[in-house]
Design a protein around this ligand. Sequence first.
Ligand code: BV8
Length: 222
Amino acid sequence: MRITVLTGAGISAESGLATFRAVDGLWESHRIEDVATPEGFAADPALVHRFYNMRREDAAAAQPNAAHLALAELAQRHDLVLVTQNVDDLHERAGSPEVIHMHGALAGALCAACSHRWSAPMVMSPEDPCPACARPATRPDIVWFGEIPYHMDRIWEALESADLFAAIGTSGNVYPAAGFAQHARRHGADCVELNLDSSANARDFHRRITGPASRTVPEWVA
Ligand code: BV8
């Protein structure tokens, strides 16, 4: 059976990483939509680097939870495509063999001048020179609002060929990820969402399993 899974911030909540809704989209009294944008970065690169430096430290201190581990185990038994909106590395550290980070990753750095990519240090600042072109144009390799998500061709193919699509811990507020259930359903997939409560796109799913991911995902995978 071909399974495509989409995860969101809710799968990492029990590992101690704040979800977007939990912080009410605010950080240092800035709306996240203003920080996680190219405009926000252009306006105040030091502020945006501080935001991601904090997220990188938090992610490094966090541990994968039972939900991450259950998905890693699922990949050993089924043809699984794991897509995440998350930028942390908890899926990888839980043992998932292949993780598609459609919104980029905290582990990545990108040069806004020459597009060179490298592994991000724990702390980044606007003055950091790009290792390739030496210009001080480094940014987190993260897909911000208004930017094109990564690996979309692979993701559409995985949605269209899935027998089963599951969305875990996502509020269904951000596109194109919020449209994935509808796309998979239109191509014949059985669609289930695993969440603490109902998401904005709950009507796109055949059913919902309600509860904390660290309990519901291991039960669902079993
Ligand atoms: C794009 C990286 C074109 C940054 C992120 C009007 C209508 C439709 C769309 C738009 C529109 N205006 C603008 C747009 C486009 C825009 C968008 O959707 N805006 C929204 C605000 C309306 N989208 C974009 O700009 C995207 N690009 O559209 O390009 C395109 C389109 C198609 C194909 C090609 C090109 C780019 C968006 C990427 C932004 N970057 N992340 C960072 O991480 O710092 S978004 C960020 O927020 C996350 O990555 C995630 O995607 C999103 C929402 O987060 P969630 O993961 O859902 O987390 P949230 O806190 O919201 O919810 C947590 C859930 O978990 C809740 O449901 C909760 O109940 C549950 N939960 C909590 N605890 C638990 C739990 N569940 C289980 N167990 C628990 N313990």
